[in-house]
Design a protein around this ligand. Structure first.
Ligand SMILES: C[S@@+](CC[C@H](N)C(=O)[O-])C[C@H]1O[C@@H](n2cnc3c(N)ncnc32)[C@H](O)[C@@H]1O
Length: 266
């Protein structure tokens, strides 16, 4: 086994991540950034370093599963979801289930929850929930805490900030319990092949598939198809694409905002 493969095995064992599911180039680039910052020239030496230095675990894990996110990232997407998806579903079904897959530190699912809370403040007889999942347990703990720097809140309106966040003594903002309680965070690996649950009206999986190879992306779309109700919506990241192989599963709904709708033959 070469040095790279041996290092991959160590990483898989330490973090419980299936490296074979990620593009090799991607892993090599992320590893190179860590090795450069530690001035370590070879995979073999980095493997030894990793085994001896626990503090490097966190740094490497962060490098492999970049968690960059913010509230209401890509506002036009949230606007379409609110007016063209949430409002009609709430009106017709009076019930809505959303899955935020690859939710990172919680900004995305809390943004959806804020919109749903505000919409249902007018229409009371409705039931909604947001399930938020990620593979990274450290980031999930942060998500559950719901404490944010002002920078990740720049797209939150003044009114939303006042109503749904509490400013703390240290200057950070904490999501209020009426929003926090509506979001259920759980560990879930998107490569497991099994959806977090079923009968979702909306699955939002944005800026996650950049780490996946083509086969994994296709499997993921099949999995979301299984997780959605007939006619349910799949929201992708702005730089992500639906491959031709899965055109029979989803039709464009608002292609500019990367929103697709589940096709159903029945
Ligand atoms: C860039 S963040 C995206 C956050 C949010 N969806 C957004 O668009 O702002 C990518 C997230 O995907 C998660 N992730 C990567 N691989 C995953 C996997 N196999 N299963 C679940 N989550 C994964 C990472 O841990 C990270 O938190």
């Amino acid at each position: 086994m070469d040095e790279f493969q041996s290092l991959l095995q160590t990483i898989q064992r330490l973090f419980n991540i299936q490296c074979s599911n990620y593009k090799e180039d991607y892993i090599k680039r992320r590893l190179a950034s860590r090795m450069n910052s530690r001035r370590i020239p070879t995979y073999k030496e980095y493997q030894e370093y990793l085994l001896k230095n626990k503090e490097e675990h966190e740094a490497l894990k962060n490098a492999l599963t970049i968690n960059v996110t913010k509230f209401f990232r890509d506002p036009p997407v949230f606007e379409v979801v609110k007016t063209e998806i949430f409002s009609p579903i709430l009106r017709k079904k009076k019930k809505l289930r959303l899955w935020s897959a690859g939710c990172s530190s919680g900004e995305e699912p809390y943004s959806y929850a804020i919109m749903l809370y505000d919409l249902t403040a007018i229409q009371k007889d409705v039931d909604w929930m947001v399930i938020a999942t990620d593979i990274d347990d450290t980031i999930l703990r942060k998500a559950k805490e719901g404490v944010y720097e002002k920078t990740s809140l720049e797209l939150v309106s003044e009114s939303q900030l006042r109503r749904h966040f509490k400013q703390r003594d240290d200057g950070k903002y904490e999501i209020k319990p009426h929003i926090r309680e509506k979001v259920k965070f759980q560990h879930h690996d998107l490569m497991s092949g099994v959806p977090a649950s079923r009968f979702f009206d909306v699955v939002s999986c944005r800026n996650v598939t950049i780490y996946f190879n083509d086969r994994q992306k296709t499997d993921l779309v099949h999995m979301f198809y299984q997780g959605l109700s007939p006619g349910g919506y799949y929201v992708m990241g702005m730089s992500e694409f639906l491959s031709r192989e899965v055109e029979d599963l989803f039709a464009p709904f608002r292609p500019l905002q990367k929103i697709f709708v589940r096709k159903d033959t029945k």
